[in-house]
Design a binder for this molecule. Structure first.
Ligand SMILES: [Zn+2]
Length: 258
């Protein structure tokens, strides 16, 4: 669907009937683990996707996450804007990611950390979610924006949920998350061409004293800025610049997909 994030890791789409309509707001991402008891991570992944793709009576609880993270690939099951079904009262405000883990004692793989951090970093950009792990919540619903585990939501821990559990290394995850977010919001080399006296023009905010790294990416998802739209001549889009000293408007076009 237009506007869905595109992961930086191998991915596929498998539909599920278990989801709701569009969320009104997005405050964060809830990370889960599956604990389906399969004999291998690959089997756990296959079985989780197959299970979530079905409605009742097989999937009587109607579990439907946005993503399932496997050993070498991730599966999108619910479009970004739609409401997932995997974290009860927090579904209307949070993206849900199920990381496959056969048992609570099973170690997570490096791919799973990278893939989950990649997805979360893109949602942090898209929905302007703080790039941080917010930890245990004590209100009935999660109202503090950020990333957290199912076990950190009150709806989760009050019902005995302990995923993703102590095998999930949040500090390692956060290092990856911050690095990926930085990478996503860092300006490409084209910024080197902007010299002193040049400022970026932003439709929503007028003239900016200097290009803010994140603006380029926000524009991909929000129609707030003037310049990233691609057209036939410039399929990768570009931006307008404004030279304050002369009033000159300049054009810069991406030569590659940012
Ligand atoms: Zn969970």
């Amino acid at each position: 669907m237009a506007g869905d994030i595109v992961p930086g890791v191998p991915w596929r789409w498998v539909a599920t009937p278990n989801h709701g309509d569009a969320r009104a707001s997005t405050l964060g991402v809830v990370v889960h683990s599956t604990r389906g008891g399969a004999g291998s991570l690959a089997t756990e992944y296959m079985q989780t996707v197959r299970f979530c793709a079905q409605g009742p009576p097989v999937n009587s609880a109607q579990v439907g996450p946005h993503w399932v993270v496997g050993p070498a690939q991730v599966t999108r099951m619910v479009h970004d804007q739609d409401t997932c079904y995997c974290q009860t009262v927090d579904n209307p405000t949070h993206i849900g990611i199920e990381v496959c883990q056969p048992f609570p004692t099973t170690a997570y793989t490096e791919f799973q950390y990278h893939a989950t951090a990649d997805l979360c970093a893109r949602y942090c950009v898209k929905y302007r979610i703080p790039v941080s792990y917010i930890g245990k919540q004590y209100t009935a619903t999660v109202i503090k924006p950020g990333i957290l585990g199912h076990e950190d939501t009150r709806a989760g821990w009050s019902r005995g949920k302990s995923d993703p559990g102590d095998r999930w290394n949040w500090s390692h995850f956060c290092q990856l998350l911050e690095a990926k977010h930085r990478n996503l919001t860092s300006p490409p080399d084209i910024w080197r061409g902007i010299g002193a006296g040049l400022v970026a023009y932003c439709k929503a905010r007028g003239l900016l004293p200097r290009p803010e790294p994140a603006l380029r990416w926000f524009d991909v998802y929000h129609d707030e800025y003037l310049w990233v739209k691609g057209n036939a001549a410039h399929p990768h889009g570009g931006m307008l610049t404004y030279r304050a000293s002369t009033g000159e408007i300049g054009e810069m076009w991406w030569s590659r997909s940012p």
